[in-house]
Design a binder for this molecule. Structure first.
Ligand code: DC
Length: 233
């Protein structure tokens, strides 16, 4: 089974639904480029934290907006693992952007209109030739409203929190279920209620609830969707 060369696959959904794992698996199987748009917002957040534009009780939005032109984000393939990694102004920040500290501030940063405008522009550029799978919150609604395949992923919040906790513990980070669960509920709330491009299902997106699905079952679901949309090769 193959996809058109210029295919654009948009995967949106809640935090910690396994969007990136699923998107990576699709990219691997169908020889597409994976674009992790959440990583881009996380990189901007890391930049804001490091420069003291945001912290526990403050957010200097104006300074962040002023400095946006100084933020350069790119993905570079790690030749050993074959995985794309996130670079912020030439520095590999793939690990740094995944910790809970960045996660606690990323919703506020990604709600800023100017930040979104810049990221959307970059995402469109990265995906303009097609052959891409992107995951995020607004891919099927804003970034690529004409994507060939749109998927909206969801799963039970407690199951999502447990998966996220397992990931953090596996990396050796200290975290408790409740902290992770609260962070996730807070992000769901922010993501779905913010003014700028809130997380909503595109009308023509297919819903995938993977609460009780294995990665293999998800891939079977996707293969069937490809058959349904493009027919037999
Ligand atoms: O997918 P993730 O958890 O890495 O995303 C991090 C944050 O970035 C999430 O809280 C919402 C935001 N985000 C967004 O607003 N739009 C996107 N396209 C991707 C992520």
């Amino acid at each position: 089974m193959s996809l058109p060369n210029d295919v654009v696959i948009a995967i949106d959904g809640y935090s910690s639904c396994g969007k990136s794992t699923f998107a990576r698996a699709i990219a691997g199987k169908y020889h597409l480029t994976y674009i992790d748009t959440g990583a881009m917002y996380r990189a901007v957040t890391l930049f804001a934290l490091r420069n003291n534009f945001i912290g526990a009780n403050f957010f200097n939005v104006e300074r962040l907006i002023e400095m946006l032109s100084k933020i350069h984000i790119e993905f570079v393939k790690n030749e050993d693992t074959g995985k794309e990694e996130t670079f912020l102004n030439g520095e590999n920040v793939e690990e740094a952007i995944r910790d809970l500290h960045v996660a606690s501030y990323v919703s506020q940063v990604s709600a800023v209109k100017e930040v979104r405008t810049k990221m959307v522009e970059l995402q469109r550029k990265m995906g303009e030739k097609g052959g891409v799978v992107l995951d995020g919150r607004d891919i099927g609604t804003v970034v690529f409203p004409n994507a060939h395949i749109k998927i909206f992923m969801t799963a039970d919040p407690k199951i999502r929190a447990q998966r996220r906790l397992n990931e953090l513990l596996a990396k050796g980070e200290k975290a408790a279920f409740d902290e992770v669960y609260q962070n996730l509920l807070q992000r769901d709330h922010y993501d779905t209620t913010r003014e700028e491009s809130p997380l909503v299902k595109a009308e023509d997106a297919y819903i995938l609830d993977n609460s009780f699905m294995t990665p293999q079952q998800q891939m079977e679901w996707f293969d069937n969707l490809v058959l349904k949309i493009f027919g037999k090769p």
